[in-house]
Design a protein around this ligand. Structure first.
Ligand SMILES: Cc1cc2nc3c(=O)[nH]c(=O)nc-3n(C[C@H](O)[C@H](O)[C@H](O)COP(=O)(O)OP(=O)(O)OC[C@H]3O[C@@H](n4cnc5c(N)ncnc54)[C@H](O)[C@@H]3O)c2cc1C
Length: 414
């Protein structure tokens, strides 16, 4: 491809990059989307598929600190931490712990809540544009607690969720069993998130968005971006094969690998990674009828097109560390406890949630240049927030006002 001028070049065709590409192309911009991998095949592909507009509570919480010794030493813990990683990443770890203070958690909840209230406005128009309604299911979502102590401990946080406008009702064990009779776990209580949706296949959803992007005239190159050089009137982008492309604006949406692209100003940001896993049971797609999150166990069971997906847990370890078989064993064991014998799973999957220590994404111009827009760090809710992030970035790329207050998400907050 000859050197060419674009309005927008996007690094990363994950949840954030694909949604941004479709919003910008719809807005009439000339867009180039790049990724070394196939569209939607990154972390979003293995997600639990929930459009979790109710998920405004960060992982950070005072209870993480008090419960840390147990969380880290028990083989039955949804959280695992590699001690060497903790020692070699003190900035992220200490900042994460500081953001567990009650006042900070309240602020994060409020800011994530405000962003999540726009999530459907960002995603629904893309689903319609791409004709992807068949990949969506609107059947609410459940959280279940298996112990009274954990449910009571979560009550104040759930009230904060309600204060953010999340519509949910408390369910008794009988009500939970009426909704999901195949649940083997004996629930103590549950919450039903009214109006919640999930996708039957997150990668197929991104592929559908990508296909529509191409139909509207968007351009795609299956290449990594190595670095960029800001210019007075735009940005020069250097591809892995040594070629360059030019654009007025450049968007960094490469998920957990975003800070590895040089020259963007993102390199200095304290992005971390929360690794998460899934196992799939192909024979069990019809066992349950909606996503069920088991609160104490830290994962969702989601009915999907290709089977039942058990997805979640948090592993704090290096981005490039190999898959940890103990995490897979944990998920398989807990899945059986929750739903009984499920048969043989398919190959296990590991993904990389891009996470800042304050659990907030960056959405906005880079400290290095107004022409470089940063859009990553969406931790556990990037599928949910891809649409609204894309809508916002597309507005910034056309110099239009953003549809919401972006000050909490500025990359300059670090
Ligand atoms: C187990 C698990 C369950 C989850 N469940 C949910 C859920 O139910 N709901 C929800 O909302 N979220 C969920 N998430 C979180 C969600 O998957 C992430 O927040 C989301 O994928 C982040 O989107 P992204 O576009 O930033 O990153 P990705 O989806 O990882 O995409 C980043 C892309 O950038 C590309 N890239 C990397 N380097 C370069 C480069 N140099 N140049 C160009 N491209 C590059 C990668 O190849 C990749 O395709 C889950 C995550 C995990 C791990």
């Amino acid at each position: 491809m000859a050197e060419q001028e674009f309005d927008l070049i996007i690094a990363g065709a994950g949840a954030i990059g694909v949604c941004t590409a479709l919003w910008a192309q719809k807005a009439g911009l000339k867009v180039l989307l790049t990724d070394p991998a196939a569209p939607g095949s990154g972390t979003v592909s293995g997600s639990a598929g929930t459009i979790a507009t109710y998920a405004c509570l960060p992982v950070n919480s005072p209870s993480v600190i008090s419960g840390l010794p147990k969380l880290l030493t028990s083989p039955d813990s949804p959280l695992s931490l590699n001690p060497m990683h903790a020692v070699t990443h003190p900035r992220w770890m200490l900042s994460f712990l500081r953001n567990c203070a009650p006042s900070r958690v309240d602020r994060i909840t409020r800011d994530l809540g405000a962003l999540l209230r726009h999530a459907d406005d960002g995603l629904s128009p893309l689903i319609e544009e791409a004709g992807a309604q068949d990949l969506m299911v609107a059947n609410d979502a459940l959280y279940v607690w298996s112990t009274q102590s954990a449910f009571e401990a979560a009550k104040p946080s759930n009230e904060k969720r309600r204060a953010q406008g999340v519509d949910f009702e408390e369910l008794s064990p009988e009500q939970i069993r009426d909704l999901e009779p195949n649940l083997k776990l004996r629930p103590y209580r549950g919450l039903r998130f009214n109006g919640a949706r999930h996708t039957l296949n997150p990668q197929a959803l991104m592929e559908r968005f990508h296909k529509r992007f191409l139909e509207l005239g968007g351009q795609w190159e299956q290449q990594a971006i190595d670095r960029c050089s800001p210019k007075a009137d735009g940005v020069e982008v250097h591809l892995a094969d040594g070629q360059t492309r030019k654009a007025r604006k450049f968007v960094v949406a490469a998920g957990a690998r975003s800070t590895r692209i040089k020259g963007t100003g993102a390199e200095r940001l304290p992005l971390g990674v929360e690794r998460g896993y899934h196992v799939m049971y192909p024979q069990q797609a019809d066992l349950i009828s909606r996503p069920i999150g088991w609160a104490e166990a830290g994962f969702y069971a989601t009915p999907m097109a290709e089977g039942l997906r058990i997805a979640g847990t948090v592993e704090i370890a290096d981005l490039d560390a190999p898959l940890n078989p103990k995490r897979i064993a944990y998920l398989s064991r807990k899945a059986t406890e929750m739903l009984g014998s499920l048969g043989q799973p398919t190959a296990p999957w590991l993904g990389y949630r891009p996470t800042f220590p304050d659990a907030m994404p960056v959405i906005g111009p880079s400290p290095a240049s107004e022409n470089i827009l940063l859009a990553f760090g969406h931790q556990h809710i990037g599928l949910t927030l891809g649409g609204i992030t894309g809508k916002v970035i597309s507005a910034l790329a056309t110099d239009a006002p953003a549809p919401l207050d972006l000050s909490p998400f500025t990359p300059k907050r670090f």
